[in-house]
Design a binder for this molecule. Structure first.
Ligand SMILES: [Zn+2]
Length: 324
């Protein structure tokens, strides 16, 4: 996934600070890692679906989607496959690990744990054989769903228990942009112009979905505004501030508690020896928290662009950057 190295290094530091505080232990408990990863994927998919729906009036780039997230064993080392089957019954077929509420997949009756046997009559083995890198099969399925013509119905055959069901799913148009959970672990949180990637260790550092929604909202803010890799510190900071405000507005309109979500930033700010990590491109954390808190009451839902193309966050001291 493409991302500026600066952005990557900074988010890395940011998240490590959050996990140092023992946040990790709150969420992991004694779950097998397979169940935990699928839970993370489920949370990220549901939050992303809600954020993308709130962003519907803002996106200039859209695609179709059905609202599910899948996982497949080729994304893991083969020595782990036995364990994947033993704990989550994931075998040769990709498995549905999330169905967003009110999504086309939910309306069609797709359920978590369903194993996908065929799409539009094409067996999954054939789809897999046509996927250049089988480790990215789930990603390829999302791409396939994103290219279904709007309103077109696809047939997904799933195996649930011992039975097979053919479920008809009508694709819906939403903001383009996938949320990818990096199952190899790591503290990653980044976006390129199209997608958002988040590492499992980053998710582990979040105390609740309000915090996770605020972070994912920030990254979707970059995607929606087509932010680019910049090398000028002032311009990078401007983009970051805009992503903060747009992400906050998306999270608020999607029903998340922004005040509660900001607690992550408060923890980050209060970390020991925090001054060591002072960060010229993202601005002071204190200022970022204050700006988001001040702007919160002005956010009006649903969000939509003004006739001149500017984003609604103009209400909250935000304007779209002019291209250099
Ligand atoms: Zn950012």
């Amino acid at each position: 996934m493409k991302s500026s190295s600066i952005k990557f290094i900074i988010t890395l530091i940011l998240i490590s600070a959050s996990t140092e505080n023992g946040a990790h232990a709150n969420n992991t408990e004694q779950q097998p890692w397979t169940i935990l990863i699928h839970e993370y994927m489920n949370r990220v998919n549901i939050i992303s679906w809600k954020l993308k729906n709130q962003a519907a009036g803002l996106c200039t780039r859209t695609s179709t989607d059905i609202g599910i997230s899948t996982d497949n064993r080729e994304a893991y080392q083969s020595k782990l496959w036995k364990q994947l089957y033993a704990t989550v019954h994931m075998g040769e077929m990709p498995q549905v690990v999330s169905v967003a509420p009110d999504s086309p997949a939910a309306r069609a009756g797709i359920q978590i744990g369903d194993n996908i046997a065929a799409i539009d009559g094409v067996p999954i083995a054939k789809i897999k054989a046509n996927t250049p890198d089988p480790a990215l099969l789930s990603d390829a399925l999302l791409d396939q769903f994103s290219k279904v013509p709007e309103g077109h119905t696809i047939s997904i055959s799933v195996i649930r228990g011992t039975g097979t069901r053919d479920l008809k799913v009508t694709a819906q148009r939403v903001c383009a942009g996938k949320a990818i959970v990096e199952t190899t672990g790591g503290l990653d949180l980044q976006s390129d112009a199209r997608n958002v990637a988040i590492g499992t260790d980053t998710i582990a550092g979040m105390h609740n979905d309000d915090e996770l929604a605020l972070l994912l909202g920030h990254e979707y803010g970059h995607v929606i505004d087509h932010h680019r890799d910049l090398h000028n510190v002032t311009a990078i900071r401007q983009q970051e501030e805009q992503a903060d405000l747009l992400g906050m507005a998306l999270a608020k309109c999607a029903g998340y508690d922004v005040g509660r979500g900001l607690q992550f930033w408060v923890r980050f700010r209060e970390r020991p020896f925090g001054w060591i990590f002072s960060d010229p491109t993202h601005g002071s954390v204190k200022d970022r928290i204050a700006r988001m808190r001040a702007a919160l009451p002005a956010v009006q839902c649903p969000l939509s662009r003004y006739a001149d193309g500017t984003l609604p966050a103009a209400q909250i001291g935000y304007s779209r950057p002019t291209d250099e």
